[in-house]
Design a protein. Structure first.
Lengths: 459, 144
């Protein structure tokens, strides 16, 4: 297929050796040459991708093994309170997760425990190794008084395409995880605010998540002499403050906005606390004569009302109403436009809605004894207890609305001796919700907080 | 030249052959190399996203891991990804850390919170064709 050699010889150039001449002119296998030059690059790139993907998958596997083993060790520690037992459990779980088919249940090599740690859960420290994992029982990370199980997993080197090519070392992948016993200690301190909802105030249908206790903007909750308990999340704004003697939390704490480190939570947090199941106090009984559905309005001088059963009670436009002592059962209780309701030794049982708006003011104190000791406001149905007024609400006693969402907005404040038991509570910007217990006031006892222990990953 | 002579003439055959085969071959060769590089990038950012989501889930809840804030999580993700690529291949600007509203992403259990880490990278966008201008994305979402 090439030009005849003889023709080239006739050109007058120095004749080359015929074999070398043929080689220089031979274009056969040129593709092989190109392949030879590009193949290393193709293999290197392909090998790199396969290796990195494989490496990442193995690394993830190592991390999962470490997570599972650490949790297993911590849960064993809760049950047996024995470091050697916990280490053995952790190492066995690690081995089973690594190679189920080759699981040999070989005994872990455990160093002698040497130090007693932890309070109130006390165990000895220790460490052990078995195959791919090392497990250690030591002081907690989140709380040095807690006990933690730390597991490190190192999977053996694996062979990759790059290893074959000799382009990289043999990477050893490893994972490390720490599970800690999170202890919520028993506590007899009186509770000021209980939120019973496990799902937050928006419930299952809302797309904007608000906690069972939600404080937004510059709002604050101050309960420095008593505890908060929430069965669900507590959420707060970046400028919000929640202060309490202690905060028992079955859900999580989350500040809104862009940065989880802002917002202030003062008081010892006890995550993983048992939910409050039986804050269910009996509702006071409705008694008294039927009183219809009176409406009070205008600048008339103050009116005194008597205990009984009202279809509704409406106060508006500067109405001033004084409630004589006793139990008032009201369908819908509505105060608006500078109206005020004042009562001492009274309990308002609201079976419909409670709505305060504009500059209405509510000043109520509960009876200390009798049929409804400690209860100031009771809401028996689900819905909203809306305190949207700009006036001052001075409630002495308990607001008991286990199925309702309590809204506290604008400049309202709740003060004096106050306990609140609600499904959820929303405290908006500028509101200072101050709750404190007056133990001598006859408020219902919500019971002690029992100690709980749970195992959580913390590192 | 007669038609018969043109048919017999084999000069330039190699050039034509190389043009036809070389185009296909080079496309395949470059394509294979670029797929490898992009796969490397994808694997790295996927691992970094998963690792950062785990770190944030623990850090947001307990404040004990290094990822106790969104910026800290971005830094962790960028550093992890760059470790698997080359230094500074992924920056914090490539990493987005969000708390998805309830009902979106993995935030389906409303007794828990969630964190979503998304890493987008156009680190290999300057590659020649056939896989030029590629932006890869990886995300990982965890409830805690």
């Amino acid at each position: 297929m090439f030009a005849p050699l003889k023709a080239r010889h006739a050109s007058g150039t120095t004749p080359a050796h015929p074999a070398r001449k043929r080689l220089s002119k031979d274009r056969k296998a040129s593709i092989i040459l190109a392949m030879t030059l590009t193949l290393p690059a193709i293999l290197a790139a392909g090998g790199l991708s396969i290796s990195v993907t494989d490496w990442a998958a193995t690394q993830t596997h190592a991390q999962r093994i470490a997570d599972a083993a650490a949790l297993a060790g911590a849960k064993d520690l809760i049950m047996h309170r024995d470091a050697s037992n916990a280490i053995t459990s952790a190492l066995n779980v690690a081995e089973m997760n690594f190679n189920p088919m080759g699981y040999t249940n070989s005994p872990a090599k455990i160093a002698a425990p040497y130090q007693t740690i932890g309070s109130p859960v006390t165990v000895t420290t220790g460490t052990g190794t078995d195959g791919i994992a090392t497990a250690t029982v030591s002081k907690g990370t989140q709380n040095v008084n807690d006990v933690a199980v730390q597991v490190s997993v190192s999977l053996p080197p694996y062979t990759s395409v790059l290893n074959v090519l000799g382009l990289t070392g043999k990477p050893q992948v490893s994972g490390s995880s720490t599970a800690e016993l999170i202890i919520a200690p028993a506590n007899d301190t009186q509770v000021c605010l209980v939120a019973l909802s496990t799902q937050g105030s928006n419930g299952a249908t809302g797309t904007t998540k608000a906690g069972s206790i939600d404080v937004s903007g510059t709002g604050s909750i101050s309960a420095v002499t008593c505890d908060l308990r929430s069965n669900g999340p507590i959420t707060s704004g970046k400028l919000s403050t929640i202060s309490a003697n202690a905060i028992y939390l079955s859900g999580f704490f989350l500040t809104e906005g862009t940065d989880v480190t802002t917002g202030t939570l003062q008081g010892t947090q006890h995550l993983g606390a048992d939910p409050v199941i039986a804050a269910a106090l009996a509702y006071p009984s409705s008694t008294g004569p039927t009183m219809g559905d009176p409406t009070y309005t205008g600048t008339q001088s103050s009116v005194t009302i008597q205990p009984g059963i009202y279809n509704s009670l409406t106060l508006s436009n500067n109405a001033q109403v004084i409630a004589n002592p006793g139990i008032y059962t009201v369908g819908n209780l509505t105060l608006s436009n500078n109206a005020s309701l004042v009562g001492s030794g009274v309990t308002f049982i609201v079976t419909g809605s409670l709505t305060l708006s504009d500059n209405a003011a509510l000043t109520l104190s509960a009876p200390k004894t009798g049929a409804s000791p400690g209860f100031a406001i009771v809401a028996t149905t689900a819905g909203t207890v809306s305190m949207l007024n700009n006036g001052t609400n001075a409630i002495t006693g308990m607001i008991y609305a286990p199925a309702a969402n309590l809204l506290v907005k604008n400049a309202s404040s709740l003060d004096v001796c106050l306990e609140i038991v609600v499904n959820s509570v929303v405290v908006e910007a500028g509101v200072s919700l101050t709750t404190q217990n007056c133990s001598a006031y006859g408020l219902p006892d919500l019971g002690s907080q029992l100690s709980t222990i749970s195992a959580r990953l913390v590192l | 030249m007669t038609i018969r002579g043109w048919q017999k003439d084999q000069r330039g055959g190699v050039a034509i052959e190389f043009t036809l085969v070389g185009l296909v071959f080079m496309s395949l060769a470059f394509g294979a190399i670029e797929i490898g590089l992009l796969w490397w990038l994808q694997g790295s950012i996927q691992y970094a996203a998963a690792s950062a989501a785990r770190c944030a889930a623990i850090g947001f809840k307990y404040g004990t891991s290094t990822c106790n804030s969104k910026p800290a999580t971005q830094t962790y993700a960028a550093q992890t990804a760059s470790t698997w690529l080359v230094a500074n291949a992924i920056t914090t600007g490539d990493v987005a850390v969000t708390i998805p509203p309830f009902g979106t992403e993995c935030n389906i259990d409303d007794t828990l919170s969630a964190v979503l880490v998304t890493i987008k990278s156009s680190y290999f966008s300057t590659l020649p064709q056939p896989l030029a201008n590629r932006t890869l994305s990886a995300s990982s979402c965890l409830q805690y």
